[in-house]
Each structure stands twice: as structure tokens, then as C-alpha cells.
Design a protein around this ligand. Sequence first.
Ligand code: ADP
Ligand code: ADP
Ligand code: MG
Length: 463
Amino acid sequence: MLKRVLIANRGEIALRVLRACRELGIETVAVYSQADAEALHVQLATQSVCIGPAKASESYLNQTALLTAALATGCDGIHPGYGFLSENADFADACAAAGLTFIGPSGDTIRKAGSKSAARDLMRAAGVPVTPGSDGPVSSVEEALAAAESVGYPVLLKASAGGGGRGIRRCDNAQILPAAYAEAKAEAKACFGDDEMYLEKLVLAPRHIEFQVLADRHGNVIHLGDRDCSVQRRNQKLIEEAPARCLTPALREEMGQAAVRAARAVNYEGAGTVEFLLDADGEHFYFMEMNTRIQVEHGVTEMITGVDLVRQQLRIASGLALDVTQADIHLEGHSIECRINAEDPTKNFQPCPGQVSFLHFPGGAGVRVDSCLYNGCTLSPYYDSMAAKLLVHAPTRLEAIRKMRRCLEEFTLEGFPTNAELSYQILYHPIFVRGGCTTAFLDEHLPELLDFSRRVEEHEEGV
Ligand code: ADP
Ligand code: ADP
Ligand code: MG
């Protein structure tokens, strides 16, 4: 087993990793930027090291600083969390070259899955259905126009290196394509330092359905069922649930097997997620991308399977075989997660971090809160605006919805605006309650969802 792990991240995911390490008897080294000196993960780690100034490019993305800190403190492993360097193939290689175990797949696997355009070819070859789109990248407006013409409008222009919903633009016709192409390319350059673009047919009114996979070094690959992450704003997830209500057992089986084939196609190791779009007909599904890391919403899968995914990551990286088989995986009950972000939904979801003046988290049976906030702490403007994840687990979907409403009533955070009230409204919306949300739901219904004066009881019946 690994003995001492450097956690190359911050926020709630740094805490999540720290907790799993503690439970396995693994020592932890926290790293922090100058903006994070007071952060909870720093206070709870065995040891901590300051790795640079607030700007992520000079701290959490500084590979040399991270490797130096890991070696100086006698670590044998590095956990990258999500975001930052978690999907950086060169970093995974650099860890290996320094004799450190990168807790995730190999650099080679990350490279294969990481180019979203190249991954489409690999998946097609492995018999995984992909969205119709350009064959490989498009490198000029002319190529993009030709590809769009052949797949048919509307299309999405997407960054090969994309993540977090960035570098994506919708194009409904040839007239707007040149401007959208330039915009998406510029955003990709700014966010990922890589502006390669590709193009996909826009799947209309789809659902975002993803499968959790686990793979060890001994050739075992299993899936842990699905999550529905269709409630999104700006292509970014806000509410996730497991299992997806719209899947029949037969389709779940088929998609699960496709996810396992996808993982095998890139020699996967560790915990990963295969993302699909499910067509409006609820029958056809298309591979979208593979995320080669722990996912923000992994907790809903943990709640319905009882499998601790970060613990599995640490075991797999230590060279151990999976201690669960596909036959051991049963999806019990229903789980929902609400991401609470420091943002103002009435002002186009503008981030608005600040100091927490009062904080109370919900509790009780079937409730889990993953957050790095505490009374008096400051949520830094330098990083992601996610402040907390509220998770519930109940025997049925309706009971889970009721429990989440109760949690959102109890949740109190003073000091800056959040999307909590919006989430509360969503939990009462008849389309959500019915399980009818597509990825268009939030944008289409935002005005009515933001009318907080509407009495939520109006929606209550008709459940
Ligand atoms: P998930 O797919 O796990 O739900 P998100 O797409 O919401 O994750 O992204 C998770 C976190 O990682 C967010 O903080 C997001 O800003 C960040 N992130 C995701 N992909 C990238 C990337 N390629 N580069 C930098 N940050 C990223
Ligand atoms: P990221 O790497 O930023 O997470 P994804 O490729 O996973 O990007 O897409 C993010 C979101 O954008 C999806 O969850 C979905 O809502 C939407 N999306 C992506 N591709 C398509 C498509 N071809 N048709 C319709 N929606 C799409
Ligand atoms: Mg995605």
C-alpha cells in the first residue's frame, strides 16, 4: 500500500482524498497557494507545503513545485483530484519519471482519451457508438463549414482539449459558423492553451448519461452504473442523480458494456467516467468523452453502490486487484447531488465568492455534505466557485427528492449569493419531479425557476 500521498489539489476534493487516505492509514501531504494558507485541507493533513502564489498557473499547476514538494516530504504517490493537473498526461509521466505513483491512469492513456477528437476514432473502432461529426479535427473555417455541411446543422464546435463546458459553441447555420469558430477557438486557447477544434452534430434535447468505471492493473474492468447529469447551466452540471431514471435495465446493461469497452480501448487504470448523450427517443446513445479522473459527482455512485471510489483509486494505484466484481455491484435506492456554487443565477451565474459569515449544513439519515467551508472562512476568487456538494440517499427517487428539499431548507450560508434557492425551485419543478429533464431544461425554464416569489407548493402535487 502507498504510505504517504501528496494531494495536488485544494477545496472539497482535497478533503475527500485526505479522508480516504486517513481511513487507509496513508499519511497525507497537503499543498496550498498563498491564498489557501487557512484552508481546511491544510489544517487536516499530516504535513503541508506552500507551493506558490494564488494564481493557479504559479501554484496548483506548477509541476516542478509539486514534484519537489512530494520528493522533499518523502511521498510515494500523488493524487491529482479533478481539474488542475488531473488530466495532464505530461504530469502523469513526470510523476513516473520521478519515481512517484500518479494516482490515475498512465500518461499514455490520458493522452489517448484526452484528445476528445482522437478519442472518437478509438471508440468507434472499439464498437462504441459516437456522435456523427468531423473525422478528426477541423483546422480552418473552410474545413469546419464543409464538415458541418456533411453532418447537417445544427452542429456544436468543440475544443479537443475541452473540459468544464468551455470551448463549446452551437452553430445553427453557415452564416454564424465563422464567428462561433473564432470564439470557441479563442476560449479554448485561453482555457487549455490548445485551440484544436472538432465538430459534432448537435443531439437535440438529449440527456447526459455517464457511467462510472473502475479498472485495475490485472485486467479487471467493471462499471458501477450510471448517473444522469442533464441539469446543466452553460454545459456544466448543477444537479446529478443515480441511477438515471430514463434507462431500462436492458439499455443500462448495453451502455455499461460499452463503457467497459471504452475503458479497455485506452488500457484504462483507476477510476474513470465514460460520458454519453442519450437521444430524445431514449434509445440511441453516443459516446461524448472519457474523463480520466475522479469526477465531481462521484458521490452519488458511492451512495447507491456502497463502493468508496477514492479508496479504490488508492488501492489500484498501490497495485492491488479490485476487491469487487461486476456481480457484486447492485444499485440500491436513489441518490441526488446538488452543487452549491458561489454564484448569482439572476446575474447570468456570475461567480461571487466572499467570506462566510454564517454556515449550517444539513444532516440526518442518508445525508452527506462534501465541502471545505467553515464559519468565517473565505471562498477564494482565484479558483472554482463550487462551495459545497449536498448529497442524499433514499430508497426511492421521490423520497430522495423530498429529502433533498428538506436539506436545502436547512442549508444556511450567509456571506455571498449561491444557487441554493434555484436548486430548491428545480427540486419542485414538475419536469424534474417527473424525471423529464434534458440538457436544455435549465436554460429553457430559467425565468420561471428564478421567480422565487412563486410558491413552491404550487408544484407540489402532480408528483
Ligand atoms: P465533472 O465532469 O467531474 O462533473 P466538470 O466538468 O464540472 O467536472 O469539471 C470539474 C472541475 O474541473 C471544475 O472545477 C472545472 O472547472 C475543472 N475542469 C474540468 N476540466 C478541466 C480542464 N480541462 N482544464 C481545467 N479545469 C478543468
Ligand atoms: P466537457 O469536456 O466540457 O465536459 P462535453 O463534451 O462532455 O464537454 O460536453 C459538455 C456538455 O455539452 C454535455 O454534457 C452536453 O450537455 C453538451 N453537449 C456536448 N456535445 C453535445 C452534442 N453533440 N449534442 C448536444 N449536446 C452536447
Ligand atoms: Mg464532459
